[in-house]
Design a protein around this ligand. Structure first.
Ligand code: A2P
Length: 280
């Protein structure tokens, strides 16, 4: 869990993150973050939109971990798309988390409904805000989430910092080949959210067969699949045993043949990329 990828600005990022999307605010968020850090996670992913920054922050502080041993990501909410609003939003997130800086700050969605009238000007303005946050040292790296080529083009046309990360829906049901190729070409790390297909992939019989080859759970195979593709999976759970299980990914390797089987599962479980990203 201490292995790292190196971002395009030289910052090291632990190769597996602890996801907190759909983790309820309150005791559940605090305790699961504490359990994750105790289990060895050193990378915690939250977002203003998740509504749990305060209790995720409480879990971080209760863990007793030294700040510089932890990598923390949060994200700019859809209602904060502009230069000025982004400056307020990072300060609000830092206050809620109880931190002086985050390691990574992402634009959560490129095209929030609230900003569609003025897109792409508002997106370019928002990225200017992200660059100011980076230059002020409030985020050690900045990036994007749910971006496709058209969105990236907007910010690279006027920006001076290339995003370090693009966090996208990524699992064997949807490999998003165009988006991952775009990211690779620009040295943008692919972060995989919903690596277990929001849990919907866990009951697939073909995945159970592959997992049986290694004496591992389907969840572990899916997370390992991400790593072998060079993706950074964000594993979410609120159960201590699963949180621990999801760290045990480094004592086996999926064969080329089984990787091919997993890659061929496209479209399983009725999962598809969130259509909101394809609107523009
Ligand atoms: P829970 O939080 O109750 O443990 P994704 O990461 O694709 O969004 O999937 C998250 C879902 O998968 C959650 O419902 C989570 O449930 C469940 N989950 C996470 N890890 C495991 C695991 N090791 N075994 C079974 N279910 C898991």
């Amino acid at each position: 869990m201490t292995d790292t990828f190196t971002l395009n600005n030289g910052v090291e990022i632990p190769v597996v993150g602890f996801g907190t999307w759909q983790t309820p605010d309150g005791d559940v968020a605090q305790k699961s973050v504490e359990a994750a850090i105790a289990a060895g996670y050193r990378h915690i992913d939250t977002a203003a939109m998740y509504g749990n920054e305060e209790t995720v922050g409480a879990g971080i502080h209760a863990s007793g971990i030294k700040r510089d041993e932890l990598f923390v990501t949060t994200k700019l909410n859809n209602n904060a798309h502009s230069f000025d609003l982004s400056q307020q939003a990072i300060d609000t997130s830092l206050t809620k988390l109880g931190l002086d800086y985050v390691d990574l700050y992402l634009i959560h969605w490129p095209n929030p409904v609230s900003a569609r009238d003025s897109y792409p000007d508002s997106l370019a303005d928002t990225w200017r805000g992200m660059e100011a946050i980076y230059k002020a040292g409030k985020a050690r790296a900045i990036g994007i989430s749910n971006f496709r080529q058209a969105h990236l083009d907007v910010i690279t046309a006027t920006g001076s910092v290339m995003p370090a990360v693009n966090q996208i829906f990524l699992n064997p049901s949807d490999l998003q080949p165009e988006v991952t190729a775009m990211n690779d070409k620009n040295k943008i790390l692919n972060e995989a959210y919903s690596p277990l297909g929001t849990g919907k992939l866990l009951s697939d019989a073909r995945l159970a067969t592959v997992a049986g080859h290694y004496g591992k759970s389907v969840a572990q195979v899916l997370l390992r699949w991400s790593l072998q593709h060079g993706f950074l999976p964000l594993a979410k759970s609120v159960h201590e045993d699963r949180i621990r299980q999801n760290t045990e990914l480094f004592d086996f390797s999926i064969s080329a043949e089984d990787m091919k089987t997993l890659d061929g599962l496209r479209g399983v479980a009725g999962l598809a990329t969130n259509p909101d990203t394809t609107t523009w």
